[in-house]
Ligand binder design. Structure first.
Ligand SMILES: [Ca+2]
Ligand SMILES: [Ca+2]
Ligand SMILES: [Ca+2]
Ligand SMILES: [Ca+2]
Length: 330
């Protein structure tokens, strides 16, 4: 299954820095120590300086996602019913992990367009292709210290992310103009895919600090780490519901990747998918009623949507390329 293999390699590049022991087939970035990342030397206007024109769509909002249909990973957008897909980036680099700001006015994503993975805040013009000249680079990472998996704070002033370290990766907060950063976690494990609680007080993420991938929550200042899952299988890709009452995540505890829900204290576990394929990357609709996700149940990775109770699972894309990592805005 070449698409699955290609996607899985891309996923691992995005999710992990040095998990070669857990997944032997994973190409592992060199762990060579390099100078610590520093913010861009000159302050540039923040993304708030350029408001986006309103998009016109067919209702239900818009889903941005990653697709390789143009030959490499780019950010695409479509109406939330799957209509009118079009590319937002067209760059030979690996563009991935798009995330809308809460207000839906800004998009942040990771890209190798300057070498190592760095984070960029993008502007779109009426839903058309990103004007590269308006991209704001938020990090200054070099090879071995790649920046991954950004997530906006609810007020749009900060971006949480995972930055590769000499051993593992740690969580950082980057100011939305890229001029400052704060380290949230510090250990030799992998800490990744941070997502904020809607009230901005907490951050949910996954970590290998206790021996396998589990879901944790910390206060937004990095204190009071609390583990929410405890299972030998991998648990990852948490996404906090818009009303704050549930956390969607991916677990392999039933033999392959499925999407689950739990309360923010780890209780009330509910399985939403039941399919031998990979079901991953849950993304809530802004109204909290639906969850977009990616699955290869129909032969290659496509974007799907379901109600938040797991019912009415429907495919939104139908393309031989890999389509994954959705993010939803109104
Ligand atoms: Ca690209
Ligand atoms: Ca686990
Ligand atoms: Ca599955
Ligand atoms: Ca596809």
């Amino acid at each position: 299954m070449p698409h699955r293999r290609t996607w899985f390699a891309a996923l691992l590049l995005a999710l992990i820095a040095s998990a070669a022991c857990a997944v032997p087939a994973t190409p592992t970035p060199a762990a060579t120590p390099v100078p610590t990342n520093t913010p861009p030397p000159t302050a540039v206007p923040g993304p708030t300086a350029t408001p986006w024109p309103p998009l016109s769509g067919s209702g239900g909002g818009f889903i941005a996602f990653v697709s390789t249909r143009a030959g490499n990973s780019d950010i695409w957008i479509m109406n939330a019913d799957g209509s009118d897909p079009r590319p937002l980036t067209a760059n030979p680099a690996q563009d991935g992990w798009p995330r809308w700001s809460r207000a839906g006015t800004h998009l942040v994503f990771q890209s190798t367009r300057d070498g190592a993975f760095n984070l960029y805040a993008g502007n779109i013009l009426g839903g058309s292709q990103v004007d590269e000249s308006t991209l704001l680079r938020l990090t200054n990472s070099s090879a071995g210290h790649d920046s991954w998996e950004p997530g906006w704070s609810p007020d749009g002033t900060l971006v949480a992310c995972s930055i590769q370290q000499a051993a593992g990766s740690d969580l950082f907060l980057i100011s939305a103009d890229g001029t400052s950063r704060q380290q949230l976690t510090k250990n030799s494990a992998i800490d990744g895919s941070p997502d904020w609680s809607p009230d901005g007080t907490r951050i949910v993420f996954f970590s290998s600090r206790d021996g396998n991938w589990e879901i944790y929550v910390i206060q937004a200042d990095g204190t009071e780490a609390q583990r929410l899952t405890e299972h030998a299988a991998r648990d990852h890709s948490p996404a906090w519901s818009p009303d704050g009452t549930r956390i969607a995540f991916v677990s392999e505890r039933d033999g392959n990747e499925e999407i689950y829900l739990m309360d923010p204290n780890g209780g009330n576990l509910q399985r939403l998918t039941d399919n031998p394929a990979q079901d991953s990357f849950p993304a809530w609709s802004p109204d909290g009623r639906r969850i977009a996700f990616s699955s290869d149940r129909d032969g290659n990775l496509e974007i799907y949507v379901m109600n938040a109770d797991g019912s009415e699972q429907a495919r939104l894309t139908n393309n031989p390329a890999d389509d994954h990592t959705p993010t939803w805005r109104q």
